[in-house]
Structures are given as structure tokens and as C-alpha cells.
Design a protein around this ligand. Sequence first.
Ligand SMILES: [Zn+2]
Length: 50
Amino acid sequence: MRVSPYHSINPSDPDVHHVYDDCVSGKQIPWQNKRSGTNGWPLCKHCADR
Ligand SMILES: [Zn+2]
């Protein structure tokens, strides 16, 4: 489902943010790397295609 924007602080992850909690890319972010907000980054492609 759609949630508040979030992103990963892991430098090896793409510089994008997600808006779906079940995004194939976003759901691989471990909780300790997950932060709320867009961080000024564009929307993830998987989330944008939904
Ligand atoms: Zn996403």
C-alpha cells in the first residue's frame, strides 16, 4: 500500500525514494537503513510505475 515517502541511507542503494511499502526495491531496505522523507531524491521507478 501507499505510505509516507521513505529512502535508504545505505550509500550502495540507488538515490531514490519510495512511496509503497511493498515496492520490490524499497522492501529490501532493512529497517536500520530506512528513513522517512524523500531526501530530495526522485521517485523510485518501481513506485512510479504503479
Ligand atoms: Zn520504490
